[in-house]
Design a protein around this ligand. Structure first.
Ligand code: CIR
Length: 263
């Protein structure tokens, strides 16, 4: 845990983040073609993302950087938090397996109860969407049936319902859908295999509009690449904070992937 900042006067809300690797441009790509990454711009965008969190009263805790693990900035994939329970993921991509020890160290330092998803189970945090007591888990190229089985065993013992969702059109479940503070699942229809799995579903007009980070009951953090989706959420009464994360979107990342909220 390298650094922490907090806006004065705000209740402490904490989020894990992880500085981009030097070889970010070598990150995994599955569904889109590679386009050049500007590493300086990526660093600047990451700092802008962290500043957006701290400006809203979030304390950011840096997971020890892994400067040679290209996808390590996408810290959401390495660990999933459910209140006092931290589930250390089992990355489905070989190149991402070494990302988890430092994420585990960070959550242990927070005093959370830690469980690991173990091989042959694989599970990426980007496949896990919490909506109240329901936990949707994408069955994707990264998350397999055994990973879902292990997560289900951990969570059902704690009163959550785990719903597995087949994912074939995008990398992770949360590339296709996230949720508003009231539990409405939002998503870009062409990326979703079956929207009828979600009891309340609202389609958004842009693929980058599917991902929102809920900063509080009235405030959403999202990508500046989705202005029409931002207008849709503003019309529903939300305050929207937009950040440019173009260099991470080129690697199939999104706003949710860049942090893990502790709650
Ligand atoms: C990967 O393919 O693993 C990274 N290039 C992108 C990970 C994005 N993470 C996420 O959607 N949670």
């Amino acid at each position: 845990v390298a650094s922490a900042t907090v806006a004065s006067g705000a209740a402490p809300r904490r989020a894990l983040v992880r500085r981009p690797a030097r070889n970010l441009a070598e990150g995994q790509l599955t569904h889109i073609t590679r386009s050049p990454i500007d590493p300086d711009l990526a660093d600047e965008q990451w700092r802008g993302y962290v500043a957006a969190l701290t400006n809203e009263g979030w304390e950011t805790i840096e997971v020890e950087p892994a400067l040679d693990l290209p996808d390590s900035v996408f810290v959401e994939d390495a660990v999933i938090l459910f209140g006092d329970l931290a589930v250390v993921a089992s990355p489905g991509a070989l190149s991402r397996r070494d990302e988890t020890p430092a994420a585990e160290a960070a959550v242990r330092a927070l005093g959370l109860t830690v469980h690991r998803i173990e091989l042959p189970g694989t599970l990426d945090g980007g496949d896990v969407l919490k909506v109240g007591r329901t936990v949707y888990v994408g069955q994707s190229r990264r998350t397999n049936a055994e990973g879902i089985r292990q997560l289900r065993a951990l969570l059902e013992a704690r009163g959550h319902t785990v719903v597995a969702v087949p994912i074939t059109k995008v990398l992770h479940l949360k590339t296709a859908v996230t949720a508003l503070p009231d539990g409405t699942v939002i998503g870009y229809r062409p990326l979703i295999d079956d929207p009828s799995l979600f009891p309340r579903f609202l389609p958004v007009p842009e693929p980058e509009g599917t991902a929102v980070v809920v900063l509080d009951a009235a405030t959403l953090l999202m990508s500046s690449a989705a202005p029409r989706s931002a207008a849709l959420f503003a019309g529903l009464g939300y305050r929207v904070i937009a950040v440019d994360i173009s260099e991470f979107e080129k690697l199939e990342g999104c706003v949710t992937c860049l942090s893990v909220r502790v709650r």
